[in-house]
Design a protein. Sequence first.
Length: 387
Amino acid sequence: MAADPLGWIDAESAAWSQRGLARRLAPHGTAIPGRQERDGRMLVNFGSNDYLGLAADPRVIAAAVRTAELQGWGAGASPLVTGWSNAHQSLSADLAQFEQTEAVTLFPSGFAANLGTITALVGPGDAVYADRLNHACLIDGARLAGARLRVYPHNDVSRLDTILQRDRGRFRRSLIATDGVFSMDGDLAPLADLADLADRFEAMLLVDEAHGTGVFGPDGRGSAAACGVAERVSIRVGTLSKALGSVGGFVAGSQRLIDWLINRARPLIYSTALPPPAAAAASQALAIAQAEPWRRERLHAMSARLRQVLTTSGFDVGASAGPIVPVLIGPPQQTLQLAERLRNRGFLVPAIRPPTVPEGTARLRIGLSAAHHDDDVSGLIDALTGS
Ligand SMILES: *Cc1c(COP(=O)(O)O)cnc(C)c1O
Protein backbone atom coordinates (compact mmCIF):
# COMPACT_ATOMS: atom_id res chain seq x y z
CA MET A 1 0.00 0.00 0.00
CA ALA A 2 1.18 3.51 -0.76
CA ALA A 3 2.35 5.62 2.16
CA ASP A 4 -0.33 7.93 3.50
CA PRO A 5 1.09 11.46 3.57
CA LEU A 6 -1.64 12.62 5.97
CA GLY A 7 -1.33 9.57 8.25
CA TRP A 8 0.55 11.55 10.90
CA ILE A 9 -2.67 13.41 11.72
CA ASP A 10 -4.16 10.33 13.44
CA ALA A 11 -1.48 10.14 16.10
CA GLU A 12 -1.39 13.88 16.61
CA SER A 13 -5.14 14.20 17.01
CA ALA A 14 -5.33 11.18 19.34
CA ALA A 15 -2.87 12.96 21.64
CA TRP A 16 -4.93 16.15 21.34
CA SER A 17 -8.16 14.35 22.31
CA GLN A 18 -6.41 12.61 25.19
CA ARG A 19 -5.77 16.02 26.73
CA GLY A 20 -9.43 17.02 26.46
CA LEU A 21 -8.65 19.55 23.74
CA ALA A 22 -10.48 18.09 20.74
CA ARG A 23 -13.10 20.37 19.23
CA ARG A 24 -15.79 19.96 16.66
CA LEU A 25 -18.24 22.16 14.83
CA ALA A 26 -21.80 21.91 16.10
CA PRO A 27 -24.48 23.46 13.91
CA HIS A 28 -27.35 25.44 15.36
CA GLY A 29 -30.78 26.03 13.90
CA THR A 30 -32.98 29.06 14.42
CA ALA A 31 -31.28 31.97 16.14
CA ILE A 32 -33.17 34.84 17.72
CA PRO A 33 -31.54 37.54 19.86
CA GLY A 34 -30.11 35.84 22.95
CA ARG A 35 -31.28 32.37 21.99
CA GLN A 36 -30.23 29.55 19.72
CA GLU A 37 -31.78 26.23 18.78
CA ARG A 38 -29.66 23.13 19.32
CA ASP A 39 -30.90 19.60 18.62
CA GLY A 40 -34.48 20.85 18.57
CA ARG A 41 -34.21 22.73 21.88
CA MET A 42 -34.12 26.50 22.28
CA LEU A 43 -31.20 27.39 24.58
CA VAL A 44 -30.28 30.71 26.13
CA ASN A 45 -27.15 31.67 24.25
CA PHE A 46 -24.36 32.94 26.48
CA GLY A 47 -21.80 32.03 23.86
CA SER A 48 -22.00 34.90 21.40
CA ASN A 49 -20.40 38.31 20.96
CA ASP A 50 -23.67 39.85 19.81
CA TYR A 51 -23.42 42.22 22.76
CA LEU A 52 -26.10 44.67 21.70
CA GLY A 53 -28.49 42.05 20.35
CA LEU A 54 -28.30 43.50 16.84
CA ALA A 55 -27.24 40.50 14.73
CA ALA A 56 -30.88 39.49 14.20
CA ASP A 57 -32.49 42.91 14.59
CA PRO A 58 -35.25 43.32 11.96
CA ARG A 59 -33.92 46.76 10.98
CA VAL A 60 -30.44 45.33 10.39
CA ILE A 61 -31.88 42.47 8.36
CA ALA A 62 -33.99 44.90 6.30
CA ALA A 63 -30.95 47.04 5.50
CA ALA A 64 -29.09 43.96 4.27
CA VAL A 65 -32.05 42.85 2.15
CA ARG A 66 -32.51 46.27 0.54
CA THR A 67 -28.84 46.44 -0.36
CA ALA A 68 -28.77 42.86 -1.66
CA GLU A 69 -31.63 43.73 -3.98
CA LEU A 70 -29.81 46.79 -5.32
CA GLN A 71 -26.22 45.57 -5.40
CA GLY A 72 -26.35 41.80 -5.11
CA TRP A 73 -25.04 39.68 -2.29
CA GLY A 74 -21.41 39.31 -3.31
CA ALA A 75 -19.02 42.20 -3.97
CA GLY A 76 -17.56 40.38 -6.96
CA ALA A 77 -14.05 41.82 -6.69
CA SER A 78 -11.48 43.24 -4.33
CA PRO A 79 -11.99 46.83 -3.14
CA LEU A 80 -9.37 48.39 -5.44
CA VAL A 81 -10.69 46.64 -8.54
CA THR A 82 -14.51 46.95 -8.66
CA GLY A 83 -15.64 45.61 -5.28
CA TRP A 84 -15.97 48.90 -3.38
CA SER A 85 -19.62 50.01 -3.42
CA ASN A 86 -21.34 53.04 -2.00
CA ALA A 87 -22.43 50.81 0.92
CA HIS A 88 -18.71 50.38 1.77
CA GLN A 89 -18.08 54.07 1.25
CA SER A 90 -20.89 55.21 3.51
CA LEU A 91 -20.06 52.66 6.21
CA SER A 92 -16.47 53.94 6.22
CA ALA A 93 -17.72 57.52 6.55
CA ASP A 94 -20.15 56.56 9.34
CA LEU A 95 -17.39 54.76 11.22
CA ALA A 96 -14.94 57.64 10.82
CA GLN A 97 -17.52 60.01 12.26
CA PHE A 98 -18.30 57.62 15.11
CA GLU A 99 -14.60 57.07 15.85
CA GLN A 100 -13.86 60.79 15.43
CA THR A 101 -10.99 60.02 13.08
CA GLU A 102 -10.18 61.38 9.65
CA ALA A 103 -10.68 58.10 7.88
CA VAL A 104 -11.60 54.43 8.08
CA THR A 105 -11.03 51.53 5.76
CA LEU A 106 -12.63 48.09 5.74
CA PHE A 107 -11.18 44.59 5.73
CA PRO A 108 -12.77 41.17 5.14
CA SER A 109 -12.61 40.43 8.89
CA GLY A 110 -11.16 41.75 12.12
CA PHE A 111 -8.51 39.05 11.88
CA ALA A 112 -7.52 40.28 8.42
CA ALA A 113 -7.55 43.90 9.62
CA ASN A 114 -5.00 43.21 12.35
CA LEU A 115 -2.88 40.95 10.17
CA GLY A 116 -2.91 43.40 7.27
CA THR A 117 -2.28 46.47 9.39
CA ILE A 118 0.63 45.07 11.37
CA THR A 119 2.34 43.68 8.28
CA ALA A 120 1.90 47.06 6.55
CA LEU A 121 3.49 48.94 9.46
CA VAL A 122 6.45 46.81 10.49
CA GLY A 123 8.90 44.34 9.00
CA PRO A 124 12.33 42.85 9.62
CA GLY A 125 14.40 45.21 11.73
CA ASP A 126 11.31 46.41 13.63
CA ALA A 127 9.80 45.23 16.92
CA VAL A 128 6.25 44.47 18.04
CA TYR A 129 5.48 44.56 21.77
CA ALA A 130 2.48 42.37 22.51
CA ASP A 131 0.52 41.52 25.65
CA ARG A 132 0.70 37.82 26.46
CA LEU A 133 -3.09 37.55 26.23
CA ASN A 134 -3.42 39.35 22.91
CA HIS A 135 -5.73 37.85 20.33
CA ALA A 136 -4.08 35.35 17.97
CA CYS A 137 -4.31 37.70 14.98
CA LEU A 138 -2.08 40.32 16.63
CA ILE A 139 0.55 37.70 17.37
CA ASP A 140 0.29 36.19 13.90
CA GLY A 141 0.55 39.65 12.34
CA ALA A 142 3.82 40.31 14.14
CA ARG A 143 5.20 36.91 13.12
CA LEU A 144 4.13 37.27 9.52
CA ALA A 145 5.68 40.74 9.35
CA GLY A 146 9.03 39.25 10.27
CA ALA A 147 9.35 41.77 13.10
CA ARG A 148 10.94 40.86 16.43
CA LEU A 149 8.09 39.81 18.72
CA ARG A 150 8.40 40.85 22.36
CA VAL A 151 5.65 39.41 24.54
CA TYR A 152 5.11 41.09 27.90
CA PRO A 153 3.14 39.66 30.86
CA HIS A 154 -0.54 40.53 30.85
CA ASN A 155 -1.13 44.25 31.41
CA ASP A 156 2.31 44.57 33.02
CA VAL A 157 3.23 48.14 32.11
CA SER A 158 6.39 48.31 34.20
CA ARG A 159 7.74 45.15 32.62
CA LEU A 160 7.02 46.59 29.19
CA ASP A 161 8.80 49.78 30.25
CA THR A 162 11.87 47.73 31.15
CA ILE A 163 11.83 45.85 27.86
CA LEU A 164 11.46 49.08 25.87
CA GLN A 165 14.39 50.64 27.73
CA ARG A 166 16.56 47.63 27.03
CA ASP A 167 15.59 47.72 23.36
CA ARG A 168 16.16 51.44 22.91
CA GLY A 169 17.97 52.12 19.65
CA ARG A 170 17.96 48.49 18.57
CA PHE A 171 15.06 48.61 16.15
CA ARG A 172 14.03 50.79 13.24
CA ARG A 173 10.35 51.09 14.23
CA SER A 174 8.43 49.92 17.29
CA LEU A 175 4.78 49.01 17.59
CA ILE A 176 2.92 48.36 20.83
CA ALA A 177 -0.12 46.21 20.04
CA THR A 178 -2.80 45.27 22.54
CA ASP A 179 -6.39 44.15 22.81
CA GLY A 180 -8.39 47.02 24.32
CA VAL A 181 -10.70 44.49 25.96
CA PHE A 182 -9.20 41.01 26.30
CA SER A 183 -11.36 38.51 24.51
CA MET A 184 -11.21 35.61 26.97
CA ASP A 185 -10.85 37.60 30.21
CA GLY A 186 -13.05 40.61 29.55
CA ASP A 187 -10.67 43.00 31.30
CA LEU A 188 -9.38 46.30 29.94
CA ALA A 189 -5.82 47.15 28.91
CA PRO A 190 -4.15 50.03 30.82
CA LEU A 191 -4.36 52.21 27.74
CA ALA A 192 -3.41 55.53 29.37
CA ASP A 193 -0.15 53.98 30.62
CA LEU A 194 0.49 52.31 27.28
CA ALA A 195 -0.07 55.64 25.51
CA ASP A 196 2.50 57.23 27.84
CA LEU A 197 5.04 54.50 27.05
CA ALA A 198 4.34 54.86 23.33
CA ASP A 199 5.06 58.60 23.62
CA ARG A 200 8.22 58.14 25.66
CA PHE A 201 9.67 55.50 23.38
CA GLU A 202 8.31 56.94 20.12
CA ALA A 203 6.43 53.74 19.42
CA MET A 204 3.28 53.33 17.36
CA LEU A 205 0.28 52.18 19.39
CA LEU A 206 -2.33 49.80 17.97
CA VAL A 207 -5.43 48.94 19.98
CA ASP A 208 -7.74 46.14 18.91
CA GLU A 209 -11.23 47.30 19.81
CA ALA A 210 -13.00 44.07 18.79
CA HIS A 211 -14.79 43.85 22.15
CA GLY A 212 -14.72 47.57 22.88
CA THR A 213 -16.66 49.08 19.99
CA GLY A 214 -20.30 49.72 20.87
CA VAL A 215 -19.79 48.49 24.43
CA PHE A 216 -17.27 50.65 26.31
CA GLY A 217 -16.67 54.36 26.54
CA PRO A 218 -18.77 57.44 25.91
CA ASP A 219 -21.37 56.62 23.21
CA GLY A 220 -19.80 53.16 22.96
CA ARG A 221 -16.74 54.53 21.18
CA GLY A 222 -14.53 51.83 22.65
CA SER A 223 -11.97 51.09 25.32
CA ALA A 224 -9.52 53.81 24.22
CA ALA A 225 -12.32 56.37 24.57
CA ALA A 226 -13.24 54.82 27.94
CA CYS A 227 -9.64 55.39 29.09
CA GLY A 228 -9.73 58.95 27.73
CA VAL A 229 -6.96 58.30 25.21
CA ALA A 230 -8.80 57.72 21.93
CA GLU A 231 -6.91 60.53 20.15
CA ARG A 232 -3.59 59.17 21.43
CA VAL A 233 -4.16 55.73 19.92
CA SER A 234 -3.14 56.37 16.34
CA ILE A 235 -4.15 52.91 15.06
CA ARG A 236 -7.55 51.67 16.15
CA VAL A 237 -8.65 48.34 14.75
CA GLY A 238 -12.23 47.17 15.11
CA THR A 239 -14.59 44.50 13.94
CA LEU A 240 -18.12 44.66 12.57
CA SER A 241 -18.75 41.12 13.74
CA LYS A 242 -19.35 41.61 17.45
CA ALA A 243 -21.46 44.46 18.86
CA LEU A 244 -22.31 45.54 15.30
CA GLY A 245 -23.74 42.14 14.47
CA SER A 246 -22.36 41.86 10.93
CA VAL A 247 -19.02 40.72 9.51
CA GLY A 248 -15.84 42.51 8.52
CA GLY A 249 -13.02 44.47 10.10
CA PHE A 250 -12.01 48.11 10.03
CA VAL A 251 -9.17 50.45 10.90
CA ALA A 252 -9.78 54.00 12.09
CA GLY A 253 -7.05 56.64 12.01
CA SER A 254 -5.53 59.51 10.10
CA GLN A 255 -5.99 59.86 6.35
CA ARG A 256 -2.27 59.21 6.00
CA LEU A 257 -2.55 55.86 7.81
CA ILE A 258 -5.64 54.78 5.92
CA ASP A 259 -4.15 55.68 2.51
CA TRP A 260 -1.06 53.68 3.41
CA LEU A 261 -3.15 50.64 4.35
CA ILE A 262 -5.19 50.84 1.15
CA ASN A 263 -1.90 50.69 -0.75
CA ARG A 264 -0.03 48.20 1.39
CA ALA A 265 -2.28 45.95 3.47
CA ARG A 266 -2.35 42.69 1.57
CA PRO A 267 -5.57 41.19 3.02
CA LEU A 268 -7.37 44.36 1.89
CA ILE A 269 -5.76 44.42 -1.55
CA TYR A 270 -5.92 40.73 -2.43
CA SER A 271 -9.23 39.67 -0.91
CA THR A 272 -12.75 40.24 -2.18
CA ALA A 273 -14.53 43.19 -0.59
CA LEU A 274 -17.18 42.50 2.04
CA PRO A 275 -20.62 41.70 0.67
CA PRO A 276 -22.31 45.11 0.28
CA PRO A 277 -25.31 43.91 2.37
CA ALA A 278 -22.90 43.15 5.25
CA ALA A 279 -21.61 46.73 5.05
CA ALA A 280 -25.15 48.15 4.95
CA ALA A 281 -26.14 45.96 7.92
CA ALA A 282 -23.18 47.27 9.92
CA SER A 283 -24.12 50.90 9.11
CA GLN A 284 -27.64 50.25 10.32
CA ALA A 285 -26.39 48.54 13.48
CA LEU A 286 -24.04 51.44 14.18
CA ALA A 287 -26.95 53.89 13.89
CA ILE A 288 -29.05 51.78 16.29
CA ALA A 289 -26.18 51.40 18.76
CA GLN A 290 -25.91 55.20 18.94
CA ALA A 291 -29.65 55.87 19.04
CA GLU A 292 -30.38 53.26 21.71
CA PRO A 293 -27.87 53.68 24.53
CA TRP A 294 -30.12 51.56 26.76
CA ARG A 295 -28.61 48.49 25.10
CA ARG A 296 -25.14 49.35 26.35
CA GLU A 297 -26.40 50.44 29.75
CA ARG A 298 -28.42 47.28 30.22
CA LEU A 299 -25.43 45.16 29.25
CA HIS A 300 -23.24 46.78 31.89
CA ALA A 301 -25.93 46.58 34.58
CA MET A 302 -26.50 42.86 33.90
CA SER A 303 -22.83 42.01 33.83
CA ALA A 304 -22.12 43.93 37.04
CA ARG A 305 -24.87 41.95 38.75
CA LEU A 306 -23.64 38.63 37.38
CA ARG A 307 -20.07 39.33 38.45
CA GLN A 308 -21.13 40.40 41.90
CA VAL A 309 -23.27 37.31 42.56
CA LEU A 310 -20.67 34.90 41.17
CA THR A 311 -17.88 36.47 43.19
CA THR A 312 -19.98 36.29 46.35
CA SER A 313 -20.60 32.62 45.60
CA GLY A 314 -16.88 31.96 45.44
CA PHE A 315 -16.29 31.90 41.70
CA ASP A 316 -13.21 33.51 40.18
CA VAL A 317 -14.27 35.95 37.45
CA GLY A 318 -10.84 37.58 37.15
CA ALA A 319 -10.68 41.31 36.41
CA SER A 320 -13.52 41.24 33.89
CA ALA A 321 -15.21 44.61 33.48
CA GLY A 322 -17.90 44.23 30.80
CA PRO A 323 -20.13 41.69 29.10
CA ILE A 324 -17.42 39.01 28.91
CA VAL A 325 -17.53 37.21 32.25
CA PRO A 326 -15.05 34.34 32.56
CA VAL A 327 -15.54 31.71 35.25
CA LEU A 328 -12.10 30.24 35.89
CA ILE A 329 -12.15 26.46 36.39
CA GLY A 330 -8.67 25.19 35.45
CA PRO A 331 -8.71 21.65 34.08
CA PRO A 332 -10.27 21.31 30.60
CA GLN A 333 -12.29 18.17 31.38
CA GLN A 334 -13.91 19.70 34.44
CA THR A 335 -14.76 22.82 32.45
CA LEU A 336 -16.41 20.71 29.76
CA GLN A 337 -18.47 18.86 32.36
CA LEU A 338 -19.72 22.10 33.85
CA ALA A 339 -20.63 23.41 30.39
CA GLU A 340 -22.52 20.17 29.75
CA ARG A 341 -24.45 20.53 33.02
CA LEU A 342 -25.44 24.09 32.15
CA ARG A 343 -26.52 22.99 28.73
CA ASN A 344 -28.81 20.36 30.23
CA ARG A 345 -30.41 23.20 32.18
CA GLY A 346 -30.96 25.18 28.95
CA PHE A 347 -27.90 27.46 28.94
CA LEU A 348 -25.32 27.52 26.22
CA VAL A 349 -22.00 28.60 27.77
CA PRO A 350 -18.79 27.73 25.91
CA ALA A 351 -15.93 25.96 27.65
CA ILE A 352 -12.73 27.71 26.56
CA ARG A 353 -9.63 25.56 26.72
CA PRO A 354 -5.96 25.78 25.76
CA PRO A 355 -4.52 26.78 23.37
CA THR A 356 -7.13 29.54 23.22
CA VAL A 357 -6.24 30.34 26.85
CA PRO A 358 -3.01 29.51 28.75
CA GLU A 359 -2.55 26.00 30.20
CA GLY A 360 -4.34 25.51 33.50
CA THR A 361 -6.82 28.33 32.91
CA ALA A 362 -9.70 26.60 31.14
CA ARG A 363 -12.88 28.48 31.86
CA LEU A 364 -16.49 29.06 31.05
CA ARG A 365 -16.82 32.24 29.04
CA ILE A 366 -20.16 33.88 29.65
CA GLY A 367 -21.01 36.42 26.98
CA LEU A 368 -23.90 38.68 27.86
CA SER A 369 -26.15 40.44 25.38
CA ALA A 370 -28.61 43.29 25.70
CA ALA A 371 -31.08 40.76 24.29
CA HIS A 372 -30.91 38.60 27.43
CA HIS A 373 -33.74 38.84 29.93
CA ASP A 374 -33.14 39.34 33.63
CA ASP A 375 -34.60 35.84 34.11
CA ASP A 376 -31.97 34.38 31.77
CA VAL A 377 -29.21 35.71 33.99
CA SER A 378 -30.99 34.63 37.19
CA GLY A 379 -31.46 31.15 35.73
CA LEU A 380 -27.80 30.92 34.82
CA ILE A 381 -26.79 32.03 38.31
CA ASP A 382 -29.04 29.37 39.86
CA ALA A 383 -27.62 26.70 37.58
CA LEU A 384 -24.04 27.69 38.45
CA THR A 385 -24.51 28.07 42.17
CA GLY A 386 -26.53 24.87 42.33
CA SER A 387 -29.67 26.43 43.78
C1 LIG B 1 -12.93 38.31 17.39
C2 LIG B 1 -11.66 39.04 17.49
C3 LIG B 1 -10.94 39.41 16.35
C4 LIG B 1 -11.33 38.93 14.99
O1 LIG B 1 -12.43 39.59 14.50
P1 LIG B 1 -13.26 38.90 13.32
O2 LIG B 1 -13.99 40.02 12.70
O3 LIG B 1 -14.14 37.90 13.96
O4 LIG B 1 -12.26 38.27 12.41
C5 LIG B 1 -9.82 40.19 16.51
N1 LIG B 1 -9.40 40.57 17.72
C6 LIG B 1 -10.05 40.23 18.83
C7 LIG B 1 -9.55 40.69 20.15
C8 LIG B 1 -11.18 39.44 18.76
O5 LIG B 1 -11.80 39.04 19.86
